[in-house]
Design a binder for this molecule. Structure first.
Ligand SMILES: [Zn+2]
Length: 167
């Protein structure tokens, strides 16, 4: 099936990702998250994304989530959370934390995946955010107080650092 971020049945904006593309998106969002996450909520969201896109844990070519049904939105914090995710994309475009990578990202791929994720976020209808959410397996591996990877500075889920896993 491949790695996919879906948005309900709107296949037009689904983001289908190669294994390398998924690793790239995960790395860039995790690095930006390490730099930009301040509140416990932001740390939680950064860690959730890192876990959801970690193919060493979810299976190579087998990770993904539905942006509406699976992502841990809360009605009360939707606006802030949504802005925060967009700020991660902006941070990735500004190459936040890239010095910690062991490789040089292909700008073509960077923009393809960031723009694809951004397009889904912009299409999101906040009126559809309401509990109950699906019980995505990722929820079970998010620690209460995520620690940072010493090498990458990003927040780690219970099984470790997504960027280290992608190496
Ligand atoms: Zn790491």
């Amino acid at each position: 099936m491949g790695n996919t971020i879906t948005y309900l049945d709107d296949v037009e904006i689904w983001l289908s990702m190669t294994n390398g593309g998924t690793a790239l998106l995960a790395d860039l969002l995790a690095l930006a998250g390490g730099e930009l996450s301040k509140s416990s909520r932001e740390i939680y969201l950064s860690t959730w994304l890192a876990a959801a896109l970690d193919q060493k844990i979810g299976g190579w070519g087998a990770v993904g989530f539905d942006l509406l049904k699976d992502f841990p939105w809360e009605v009360s914090s939707f606006r802030q959370d949504h802005s925060f995710l967009l700020s991660l994309i902006a941070g990735a475009r500004e190459q936040l934390g890239w010095v910690k990578l062991d490789y040089t990202p292909s700008m073509k791929h960077v923009e393809f995946y960031l723009a694809g994720f951004e397009k889904m976020l912009n299409a999101l209808d906040p009126g559809l955010i309401k509990p109950p959410r699906s019980e995505h397996w990722v929820n079970s591996i998010i620690p209460n107080n995520p620690e940072r990877c010493l090498k990458h500075g990003c927040f780690m889920h219970q099984e470790g650092c997504v960027i280290c896993h992608n190496l």
